[in-house]
Write a protein that binds this ligand. Structure first.
Ligand code: SAJ
Length: 412
């Protein structure tokens, strides 16, 4: 058996490496020559705990190889990005390009799995695109009585930072275009997944993935709204949530500086786009979370106003704790905005990176150590709950004005 993984990013590469580690021949396909070369040397181009070891082992064993051109295989797994466009509409162009790339090498009996998070209907669209490119094959859901190609949507659900563990242990939703597609996909996932593989339709699988991330987004929006209400009412929101969560049926998530990453802040829009009139709480949650950085900036400006020469230390740039991923990070946006506003000197502390990202380069901001920030700053803005920041004590900060979006220093 041979498996081809299309897209060797945060999901595709770990998936390819884990399948290869089970002794199955895997060909990874990517449009980036650099990514392909790096992987073929047994190295990785993305940061994820233990991924380097697994990739190196798979390449050394000769089970994993990367290429820019697809070749025939038994199964194709598509793990390409599905971002949204300016108007919050899903951009399926990467899936369409993947379809164009694999169409020429498809053969009767192949299994095609869409792993990318997708709006409802995308798997049917994918089958339609492939059918148009390969009229000699029979795709499911295209009015064919007996399809000879199988298509399923099996959304990835792994948490960045715990990908290798969750790839194997999480349950998988297997959304086939037909029951036979489900059976074929389950057979493949069973080779490396220890969790349960649960069959359903492709549309339900698409919606399930979007629902999981929207559930988080709505719950975080509730917490973010509470944090603003509590500021108004002079209540410590962290104490409040801890107390409310003592109730056996209440489980509020944590407020923060906003919601980052490329999943939770994106996927709810796919539901809103599909059902704009009905998706009211989901849309509002997105707006509340997107507004939170502005609120934090206004709090920092008020804090800086207390000083003649404000020196503002932004603790954390990443989108969440203990990772180096700055993409779609509210912490980075807040820091960049404070730098632009010119209200004072800005220091950035991000222990997981070695140089400032492009958007902060050549600007009036310095990347400093936590120690240096504590020496120089009079305003501390806690944006990420990285481990070294959690270790700070009230003694370290009690001479500063602190805007704490992560509840590290709540006093109760
Ligand atoms: N956040 C809060 N408060 C919380 C939890 C999170 O403000 O209580 C913020 C984080 O700081 C971060 C953002 O939300 O900015 C997202 O972080 P996360 O760790 O909750 O999730 P992601 O985006 O890293 O990964 C999510 C996961 N989805 C769910 O937990 C339902 C993961 O399982 C998915 O595979 C991933 O999205 C994806 O690829 O869709």
């Amino acid at each position: 058996k041979k498996v081809s993984v299309i897209g060797l990013g945060y999901i595709g590469l770990p998936t390819a490496a884990v399948i290869a580690s089970r002794g199955i021949e895997v060909i990874g396909v990517d449009v980036s020559q650099k990514a392909v070369d790096t992987i073929n040397q047994g190295k990785v181009h993305i940061v994820e705990p233990d991924l380097d070891m697994v990739v190196q082992a798979a390449v050394t064993m000769g089970k994993l190889r990367a290429s820019m051109t697809p070749e025939p295989a038994d199964a194709f797994m598509i793990a390409v990005p599905t971002p949204f466009k300016e108007n919050h509409q899903p951009d399926l162009s990467y899936i369409e390009k993947a379809a164009e790339a694999i169409a020429p090498v498809l053969e009767k009996g192949n299994l095609i799995i869409l792993e990318s998070t997708s709006p409802v209907g995308a798997t049917e669209k994918l089958a339609g695109w492939l059918q148009a490119l390969r009229p000699d094959l029979y795709f499911p859901d295209q009015g064919n009585a007996e399809p000879n190609i199988h298509v399923a949507h099996c959304p990835e659900r792994v948490l960045p930072g715990r990908v290798l563990e969750e790839l194997v242990s999480n349950d998988r939703i297997i959304g086939g275009l037909t029951p036979k597609c489900c059976d074929k996909a389950i057979e493949l996932y069973k080779t490396f997944v220890r969790g349960e593989c649960i069959p359903t339709t492709a549309r339900t699988a698409e919606m399930a993935k979007l629902t999981e991330n929207s559930f988080r987004d709505v719950n975080i929006a509730f917490a973010n709204e509470l944090s603003i209400i509590c500021d108004e009412l002079k209540i410590d929101v962290w104490e409040l949530i801890a107390l409310a969560n003592r109730h056996p049926r209440v489980n509020i998530l944590k407020p923060g500086p906003g919601v980052g990453g490329h999943c939770i802040a994106v996927d709810p829009w796919f539901i809103v786009d599909s059902a704009p009139e009905s998706a009211r709480i989901i849309r509002t949650a997105r707006e509340i979370n997107d507004h939170k950085p502005e609120y934090v900036i206004s709090r920092v400006k008020a804090a800086a106003d207390e000083f003649k020469r404000p020196v503002i230390a932004c603790l954390g740039l990443a989108f969440k704790a203990d990772i180096d991923d700055l993409r779609e990070s509210p912490a980075l946006d807040i820091t960049a905005d404070l730098v632009e506003s010119g209200i004072g000197e800005v220091l950035a502390v991000e222990p997981n990176i070695h140089s400032l990202p492009e958007c902060l380069k050549d600007k009036n901001v310095r990347l400093v150590s936590l120690h240096q920030a504590l020496e120089e700053a009079n305003v501390l803005v806690v944006l990420v709950d990285h481990k070294p920041f959690k270790a700070l004590t009230n003694n370290d900060i009690n001479t500063k004005v602190v805007v704490d979006t992560r509840g590290l220093f709540s006093r109760f």
